[in-house]
Design a protein around this ligand. Structure first.
Ligand SMILES: *Cc1c(COP(=O)(O)O)cnc(C)c1O
Length: 474
């Protein structure tokens, strides 16, 4: 039963493709989010104790029904959430091919094609950031890419780290990032054995950008008190508010202070494709390494992170170990075995979904999708401003933070909750620089003016409903 007989497979693929197509063409008709009821999901699953085999068709129904009923439909055009776009059609096709061919990405010799596709795509994306000789690796996502960055920076800065570990270092390493940066940095510090205390969270200015003057002071103070600064993580497109840190100033400082500069451009990095946003990411090519998430603005299915670097030796210095059992057939070739070059060992062919999406859309296709989303962000900002909401962040990227002016944090959160409960759109509350706001991000390449209208109407209904119930308001 592990393989369905060939004569039945065609039917099965048909059924499967119908489900996939039905979801893609009808997801916009579903409520964006489900009722959150763990008991209902567990009750549904309790029917399946794996004693009696189900038919393959029934099994697919179980999964497709469950996913339809119980997920936030991030591929819905009114999902205004956390950078989880609708997947590209070619990305879905690529993941299917990948599952079927199941290339093993640990050793180059097992998959010359798949490995060279990834190298090709890594260099192509790297060149967009201004890297002339980019190296890098596909990762599960931004978390792993940031973790990789931290490890490469440690390895670069403390040559004994890879073999002798942190305990061998005479001084305690510390790194810097803004208080608005992504929390994966904290987790990476923990996983690297540095502890979260090693992450110095630098305050931000009134535009929510890392304050380079404070960063500079802290580095001097930390050096004076016997710590070893080694890394600054800049953010290009913060998660809450889409803010880009002053990259050029940070690059200057890192050069002066001999620090590794990593730029976390997981989402915002894609703006590099638009000449009109050139100024925004100016200086990013001076970073020693960059996190770019293809499953964010490049809209491929999860997970597809990319770690990029302009130091071609550093990944091998960080991850190379030898083993008797790994294939040696490529030893004499000018190639790199991925398992010596990245955190993962057996790995999925992550690069294919980016390669096929790029082959079909081209850079221009991506640029126009991104430009469209930016314009939907502008439209949302305008409509909100015109109807009495206060815009709380300053960015050209399509993430809009706003508030019902003069109302309490509870009130802002209640508005977001009511919109989500309506099933019409998904948005979320967040906190920027200590202030509770409502956040709506254009993540879907297909979000249209009508969808923006739907969101704005849902917001007005929520606001009206709360104003009728003063006990709830602030
Ligand atoms: C999404 C994001 C991450 C985390 O990436 P995952 O792919 O979710 O692991 C890190 N940093 C930033 C700025 C992000 O937007």
């Amino acid at each position: 039963m592990l393989s369905i007989p060939a004569e039945n497979r065609a039917d099965l693929w048909n059924i499967l493709l119908k489900k996939v197509e039905r979801y893609a063409s009808e997801v916009h008709l579903l409520p964006v989010s489900p009722v959150l009821d763990p008991g209902a999901v567990r009750g549904y699953l309790r029917q399946f104790q794996f004693q009696y085999p189900l038919s393959p068709e029934n099994a697919i129904d179980v999964a497709a029904d469950g996913l339809t009923r119980w997920q936030v439909h991030t591929p819905h055009p009114c999902y205004f959430g956390l950078f989880n776009p609708a997947p590209t059609t070619m990305g879905i096709a690529a993941d299917t091919l990948t599952a079927a061919f199941n290339p093993q990405m640990a050793a180059w010799s097992h998959n010359p094609f798949a490995n060279e596709v990834e190298n090709h795509v890594v260099r192509a994306i790297g060149s967009k950031f201004g890297y002339t000789n980019a190296d890098g690796t596909f990762c599960s996502g931004g978390m792993e890419a940031n973790h990789t960055a931290l490890l490469t920076a440690l390895t670069h800065h403390f040559p004994g780290f890879a073999t002798d570990g942190l305990a061998s270092l005479p001084l305690r390493p510390v790194l810097y990032t803004s208080s608005e940066s992504h929390h994966s940095i904290l987790k990476a510090a923990r996983m690297a054995g540095l502890g979260t205390v090693a992450v110095r969270q630098v305050p931000v200015d009134e535009k929510l950008r890392l304050r380079v003057d404070v960063l500079c002071q802290w580095i001097q103070q930390d050096r004076a008190s016997g710590l070893a600064p080694f890394l600054v993580v800049a953010t290009a497109g913060t998660t809450s508010a889409g803010v880009v840190d002053p990259l050029t100033e940070i690059a200057d400082l890192c050069e002066r202070e001999f620090l590794w500069m990593h730029t976390d451009a997981a989402w915002g990095g894609a703006a590099v494709l638009l000449p009109e946003f050139g100024e925004l990411l100016h200086g990013i090519g001076r970073s020693d390494s960059i996190t770019f998430d293809a499953h964010k603005w490049f809209s491929v299915p999860m997970g597809a992170g990319v770690y990029l670097t302009r130091h071609p030796e550093i990944l091998s210095q960080t991850f190379h170990v030898t083993s008797a059992y790994m294939p040696k057939d490529a030893t004499d070739l000018d190639v790199v075995d991925p398992h010596t070059h990245s955190m993962q060992w057996s790995r999925r062919f992550t690069g294919l979904k980016v390669f096929l999406s790029l082959l079909v859309a081209g850079w221009d296709g991506y640029a126009s999708a991104i430009r469209h989303q930016a314009s939907m962000g502008d439209l949302l900002r305008t409509l909100l401003r015109d109807t009495g909401w206060n815009i709380a962040n300053d960015t050209v990227l399509p993430v809009v933070c706003f508030e019902d002016p003069g109302k309490s944090p509870e009130h802002q959160r209640a508005i977001a909750n009511l919109v989500v409960a309506s099933g019409k759109a998904w948005i979320s509350p967040t906190v920027i620089a200590g202030r509770t706001v409502i956040r709506a991000c254009i993540t879907h390449y297909g979000t249209a003016p009508d969808d923006i209208d739907t969101l704005v109407k849902a917001l007005h209904e929520a606001r009206a409903q709360l104003n009728l119930a003063p006990a709830f308001g602030g």
